[in-house]
Design a binder for this molecule. Structure first.
Ligand code: ATP
Length: 236
């Protein structure tokens, strides 16, 4: 088995007096692709933001590459190799190139240039518009820019919040294809989704229900679970 990248245990967090996470935990290993499934309001965004330090953990622990990062500032987590792609993915008011530079802001200039050029080669539609504003891109292209921006910092683990949000099925397919390509090159992924099509990328799955992890296991194990089949696939 590959080494563990991320392990979160017994996380509790929320907003003001409203508790959203009730002891949630998960782990991602090197070269692993993990999907966090949950319906609207289950707490997926809150869990990812807690992992990134954008929401404070009230209780519990987060370890990344063996280090306790529970109280680390977000920028330190990014430097350590965690990248986060929000539902929006990019800054619409900035140019494509500026977005890429922000994604790789902790990378030395010469290396960042090489990295951005290599990413442009993987995202030709984005490369063509590099001087244009991100707001001039289509929804699907913005999502691609979000992925490229997050990868500009050469993360060890890419954490993504609902990459399918706002996309037509055709673009969802494209996003899955491009993530599959990077996954094939060794990128580790943690993807929060409610779209079960993303399961084709998953080595393992967690379900989040009311701020708690319900199921944890492989796709094969999920398919053997009738309650999950009913809840997420409308089958059985
Ligand atoms: P979605 O798919 O709708 O984004 P989610 O699973 O990501 O759902 P969260 O966004 O984490 O869920 O929301 C979990 C709960 O926390 C919801 O009840 C939501 O209303 C509440 N919540 C989210 N953000 C805030 C906030 N900034 N202040 C107060 N409550 C919030």
């Amino acid at each position: 088995m590959t080494p563990e990248l991320l392990r979160a245990s017994e996380l509790e967090a929320g907003y003001g007096r409203v508790q959203v996470l009730w002891g949630a935990g998960l782990a991602v290993r090197e070269n692993e692709s993990v999907v966090l499934l949950g319906t609207n309001g289950a707490g997926k965004t809150t869990l990812l933001k807690t992992l990134m330090g954008l929401v404070d953990a009230w209780r519990g622990q987060i370890r990344f590459l063996g280090e306790d990062i529970t109280r680390l500032r977000t920028d330190r987590r990014v430097r350590a190799g965690l990248a986060f792609m929000s539902e929006t993915g990019c800054f619409p008011g900035l140019s494509v190139e500026e977005n890429m530079r922000i994604g790789g802001q902790f990378t030395p200039a010469a290396e960042l240039r090489r990295r951005i050029d290599a990413l442009y080669a993987n995202f030709p539609a984005i490369a063509e518009r590099r001087r244009g504003l991100a707001s001039s891109l289509s929804g699907g292209q913005r999502k691609m820019l979000g992925i490229a921006k997050a990868l500009a910092g050469s993360p060890r683990l890419l954490v993504m919040d609902e990459p399918s949000a706002g996309l037509s099925p055709l673009f969802v397919k494209e996003v899955i294809q491009i993530l599959g390509r990077f996954r094939g090159q060794g990128l580790s992924l943690l993807i929060a989704e409610q779209n079960v099509r993303f399961l084709e990328l998953a080595d393992r799955i967690y379900t989040l229900e009311g701020g708690r992890i319900g199921f944890a296991g492989t796709i094969a194990e999920m398919h053997q679970n009738d309650a999950l089949q009913r809840a997420y696939f409308g089958l059985k």
